[in-house]
Design a protein around this ligand. Structure first.
Ligand code: ZN
Length: 61
């Protein structure tokens, strides 16, 4: 399960999973998640990296 509680609110494909804003003409996709801008792509990537660090930390502990 990879659902994060923050993403499960009202982001059923209509708005950006990061900022919750509506999509413009272009959608960006990262990790099968639709995002509104490159800024949000960067934020998602950073969040994913942080998640992976957390998982490593939890496994090590
Ligand atoms: Zn966004």
């Amino acid at each position: 399960m990879h659902n994060s509680p923050q993403n499960s609110r009202d982001t059923s494909g209509r708005c950006c999973a990061i900022c919750g804003g509506k999509f413009g003409l272009i959608r960006y996709y990262c990790w099968r998640t639709a995002l509104c801008s490159k800024k949000c792509v960067d934020r998602l990537k950073k969040r994913r990296e942080a998640d992976r660090k957390w998982i490593c930390w939890l496994r090590a502990a």
